[in-house]
Write a protein that binds this ligand. Structure first.
Ligand code: NDP
Length: 271
């Protein structure tokens, strides 16, 4: 009988939030998961929690040397890489544009854009060397967009630019690597209950109640609801999807009427 080859996934920013939920979801699907995060101890503790077959590594996605070392370590340990989730991210500086500083602007672009570029480049080099699995190609990459990729959030210049850029890069890489058997897609979450959002709430930069009202589904997402869609996009079930952006936003970007239009609409019966 042929030995079953276990798939290997890398998740960046895996110490917390959507990244941690995604690592758990992919482990449930049978992947061996390499969890990468700038927070070394936290991510190693997460990997230990997930189980011995997984790996936790310190990695700053903005540093080419750090990315190359981490990807080499994953390839050395597991011998292959089937999926990459470019999830590492930081929130924007808050406050009016006229008071924003350029270092913070550059840092947001570096984590989201430079990080997605460096990780995808390093992982694609490994994927392109691999033999494609029959009928499945060489691998899949999922990038984290946002509702900020396509809609305007006042004051959030760097984050909006970075997340719009992530979609551009998703399409460019998808087009370049489609024939080589690497699919590249993005998810675009609305507001998700994570530490990143809690931080913005603490700074007074986010109105959780207002967000719930403005969201057709009437609530924020849980990290696991984003992880579920990422797991679908890297799986064989998405074998003909590439260059796509999948909103996972409770209807946020579909909705274009005044907020009052959501009042008085039928609601789910209480459980
Ligand atoms: P969290 O802050 O909960 O987790 C992100 C993780 O990435 C943290 O552990 C963070 O470390 C780490 N990280 C930050 N910078 C780097 C870096 N340079 N290299 C490696 N790891 C790094 O974020 P979320 O789970 O909320 O967000 C995950 C992704 O989803 C981000 O790309 C975000 O923009 C996107 N997203 C989130 C939404 C939300 O509502 N939460 C909505 C739409 C998109 P540290 O804590 O030290 O910064």
């Amino acid at each position: 009988m042929q030995k079953r080859i276990e798939s290997v996934a890398i998740v960046t920013g895996a110490a917390d939030g959507i990244g941690w939920a995604t690592a758990q979801r992919l482990a449930m699907d049978g992947y061996r998961v390499a969890l990468l995060d700038v927070r070394s101890e936290a991510v190693q503790a997460r990997a230990t929690e997930l189980g011995r077959q997984h790996l936790g590594l310190a990695c700053d996605v903005t540093s080419e040397a750090s990315v190359q070392a981490a990807v080499a370590a994953v390839a050395a340990r597991f011998g292959r890489i089937d999926a990459l989730v470019n999830n590492a991210g930081i929130g924007d500086q808050t406050g009016p544009t006229v008071e924003q500083n350029v270092e913070a602007f550059d840092r947001v672009l570096a984590v989201h854009l430079r990080g997605t570029f460096l990780m995808s480049q390093a992982v694609a080099r490994v994927m392109l060397r691999a033999q494609p699995a029959t009928g499945h190609g060489r691998g899949a990459i999922v990038n984290l967009g946002s509702i900020a990729s396509t809609t305007g959030l006042p004051g959030r210049n760097a984050y909006s630019a970075a997340k719009a850029g992530v979609l551009g890069m998703t399409r460019a890489m998808a087009s370049e690597w489609a024939r080589a058997g690497i699919r590249v897609n993005a998810v675009a979450p609305g507001y998700v209950r994570t530490a990143l959002i809690a931080g913005l709430e603490r700074q007074g930069a986010l109105d959780a109640e207002g967000i719930a009202h403005r969201t057709p589904m009437g609530r924020m997402a849980e990290p696991g609801e984003i992880a579920e869609v990422i797991a679908f996009l890297v799986s064989r079930r998405a074998s003909y999807i590439t260059g796509a952006v999948l909103p996972v936003d409770g209807g946020w970007t579909a909705f274009g009427a005044p907020e009052s239009a959501l009042s008085g609409l039928p609601e789910q019966a209480a459980a």
